[in-house]
Design a protein around this ligand. Sequence first.
Ligand SMILES: Nc1ncnc2c1ncn2[C@@H]1O[C@H](COP(=O)(O)OP(=O)(O)O)[C@@H](O)[C@H]1O
Ligand SMILES: [Mg+2]
Length: 368
Amino acid sequence: MPDVRLVNVTKKFGNVVAVDNISLHIRDREYFSLLGPSGCGKTTLLRLIAGLIKPDSGEIYIGDKLVNDAPPEDRDIGFVFQTFALFPHMNVWENVIYGPRIKGYDMTRANRIGHEVLEMVRLHERLDAYPNELSGGMMQRLAVARALAAGAKILLLDEPLGQLDAKVRNELRYEIRRMAKDLELTAIHVTHDQAEAMAMSDRIAVMRKGKILQVGTPQELYTNPKNLFVANFIGGSNFLEGYIIEAKGEAAVIELRGGLRFKAINRGMNVGDRVVLAIKPETLTMQRHGRSGEANLFNGIIKRVTFEGTTIRYEVELENQDTVLVVTPSLTCEWFTTGEKVIVSFRPENAHVFPYPEAGLRAEISVE
Ligand SMILES: Nc1ncnc2c1ncn2[C@@H]1O[C@H](COP(=O)(O)OP(=O)(O)O)[C@@H](O)[C@H]1O
Ligand SMILES: [Mg+2]
């Protein structure tokens, strides 16, 4: 079974560097996602792996084999696209059996494969249906079945759930992952939806402007972002700007706007450095009473409350006029209302300290 390795792969279209010197190792049987905003090069990377386009430079390996010059049909891959790329004039059975027949399998073997994969995607009772008679979810299950029937060992999925409504999308997340796992496939899944990537993947590569910014498990990206873009793109963050005014070992004090003092865990910053703190909204807590003025306890006023069902989002203006978002579980936390005075508390271990970016904070986290 194959792993996929890219070494210094670059692909340009005119002046646009769609894939910029990317090196990446996707392990055998891994469910791996390429995640990033629109235009960051995800589809181009997938098409390079598929062999639909060739890199300008760099090497692509599938298993031990250098495949730069191998055509798509020699790469053991199956492709599932966002739009339902099925044969419209063929019914479910004919769509699935097409691959095995092209491969020259005898009738018995082709039929066995056809029945197996259709059972797996739960379409074995719809053999005679044409694609336009199926729901969006069924069409994507059929697209997966067709790739599997054709003998794919690597499944490439390009925004496969993008056209589906939310409920079907959530079901198919688990179903597609389960199929890939049951069949021990290597799956490479492209999406701009961080929740989808988090729910489905063993590991994720976060991409931006043709480059990979961080590779990690969903948990690693969420709890330990390596840069401001990832801190924002994966689950969102509050960003507070300041300067390091004390640094002893890992303990640092950061002065925020308005002279507020923040105790943080420091990795490699020096006194005088301009920094940004990235803090997940769900790590902040609020109380009505208590002492502010101590490190990491700040006065605030609730400016806006949004009830979201399982969670409540509060926009809170701190005493220095910085606004932070606080997200609390709605059933196990106290509720607050607009205009209320609160004390917001931050825990040092949940605040990631980054150097202030040269391009400015907004530009650094922008998804444009
Ligand atoms: N065939 C092409 N010709 C010219 N430019 C392209 C082509 N394919 C992609 N691009 C450009 O390459 C960049 C990356 O595109 P793409 O890989 O489709 O991004 P994503 O899938 O992440 O949205 C974009 O700027 C896009 O306009
Ligand atoms: Mg794309």
